[in-house]
Design a protein around this ligand. Structure first.
Ligand SMILES: [Cu+2]
Length: 253
């Protein structure tokens, strides 16, 4: 009788230990798959964003959002369309990837244009095109690509002494340092925009004003004449950053 009780207790201890170990293993697996992706958010569609490129043999794609494995492929522009392929990234996994560098086989010079296009992977992790790794299309059946200009860092087009209002605004994930700026109607406005954290831009639709996209640590300026009164939103045009709070209000009095 005593022996029977002893076996039951040992049996229960073994089962409990087994359950605890299984639980730990499940946790580890979940952690590993999160680390592999390395992404905070799940991408809802395939898209890519990039700033104008510096001359050289590398293209820097600021952000890539993927719902599946894919490559960023760089084409030279030919007659306004993607031409010869001059480089492809390594395989990118689903999720948001920042700062994808793609080496290209030809020198990109000031004034050149290239297309960055997303191509799928057939499952072997090797970029093959012409072949099975065809361009990715969006829901409307349009190939997902962006056209990029190659240029050396730009200089201001507006004379310094004619600028009435200068603002310095910083962007982080996910906010602008200034929630509101005020100018007078007719002012020439210059915004010096810097990204402290993340990939951002600063856009004001109503004045057709937009900075280049900038990476963490980068800066870009935009100038415009505030020729109409009212309240206008300035915002970041990268992905869903505007909805996430990278926005502010320009008030023209
Ligand atoms: Cu942004």
């Amino acid at each position: 009788m005593k022996k029977g009780l002893y076996f039951i207790i040992v049996f229960i201890i073994l089962i409990v230990t087994g359950i605890i170990m299984l639980g730990n293993r499940a946790n580890d697996t979940a952690m590993e798959s999160m680390e592999e992706n390395g992404n905070q958010s799940e991408s809802l569609k395939n898209e890519l964003f990039a700033a104008a490129q510096s001359p050289g043999q590398e293209v820097n794609i600021g952000e890539v959002h993927l719902t599946q494995n894919a490559y960023v492929v760089i084409h030279r522009e030919a007659d306004g369309k993607p031409g010869k392929v001059i480089g492809a990234s390594s395989l990118l996994v689903p999720g948001d990837t920042h700062g994808v560098l793609v080496a290209v086989q030809e020198d990109l010079k000031d004034g050149d244009r290239v297309f960055a296009m997303l191509h799928s992977d057939d499952g072997n992790g090797i970029y093959e095109f012409p072949g099975p790794d065809v361009p990715l299309k969006d829901d409307a059946g349009t190939i997902v690509m962006i056209e990029l200009l190659v240029k050396t860092a730009s200089t201001s087009s507006v004379k310094e002494n004619s600028i009435a209002k200068v603002f310095a605004i910083e962007g982080v994930n996910f906010a602008f340092s200034q929630k509101e700026i005020r100018v007078k109607k007719g002012d020439t406005v210059r915004i010096n925009f810097t990204s402290k954290d993340g990939f951002h831009s600063l856009v004001i639709d109503e004045f057709n004003a937009a900075t280049d996209y900038v990476q963490t640590g980068g800066s870009a300026s935009v100038e415009f004449i505030a020729d109409k009164a009212g309240s206008f939103e300035y915002y970041c045009s990268v992905g869903s950053h505007r909805q996430l709070g990278v926005k502010g209000l320009l008030i023209v009095e």
